[in-house]
Design a protein around this ligand. Sequence first.
Ligand code: IPE
Ligand code: IPE
Ligand code: MG
Length: 280
Amino acid sequence: MSWVKEQSPEDKIIQEEIIKEGNLPRHIAVIMDGNGRWAIERGLTRTEGHQEGIESVRDIVKASSQIGIKYLTLYAFSIENWKRPITEVGVLMKLLEHYLRQELNELHENNVKLQSIGKSSSLPKVVQKLLHEANETTKDNTGLTLTLALSYSGRWDIVRAVQMIALDVRRGKVSPEDINEDLFSSYLQTTGMPYPDFLIRTSGEMRLSNFLLWEMAYGEMYITDKYWPEFRRNDLYDALINFMNRERRFGKTSAQVASEKDTKQKDTYLQRVVNAIKGK
Ligand code: IPE
Ligand code: IPE
Ligand code: MG
């Protein structure tokens, strides 16, 4: 099913307004948090929260692809999440397996490149196989690159990179004087992607929880109180408009940045247009 065909006219207009404004992030990273709390507050099971969370994944992936975002990286399971009760881990792995089986064709049809980062050897064999298959099938796609962070942690990836650099030094392939930021980041699993310029975290927690520690050095953060299962495309649009409104200084002064680029003000107008279309 092509995603363009199932889009509502109102949604199309909102997206066109946002695209017209430009200045979108190239790489959005998301900490999808709050499935459990969403469910418990509604008298449901945590499993049902995770199931509903997958509906949000579907919607955010589609909307990001339609809007022309190049990279979307979703934190789906951290290394620390292995410490959860075994039944919950089992449910999450089953849901992941189901998602990969069900979505691969549609993602491929819509030109999405699907890949993963993290310690994949810890994942169930069947999930490893499905990830490999998805990777192979979609590797030449040129649309959205969707990266699932699975059994991932930022510190794990940094330590792993250090080990590999040390090995290459021992083999004589790298000399210690050559080690700089670019070389280091080329050993991370996120190599080949631009650093995330925008990180969204749902359910109000103000922390990184071991996600993309190196890569997020200058990424903008957006934290919403909404739980992940209720975070859908309209919330993404609000987040994007918020991003457009920010001044990214990278250590410089405000005056320096302003002289390089005139970005002030335009996005309050856009927020009003989008709210009007949404009927707020
Ligand atoms: C996010 O929701 C999903 C995963 C971490 C796998 P949680 O399961 O963390 O939900 P809360 O934070 O307990 O509400
Ligand atoms: C972060 O959520 C990890 C994922 C979303 C996969 P957690 O629920 O595990 O984070 P903490 O424990 O609240 O920091
Ligand atoms: Mg959580």
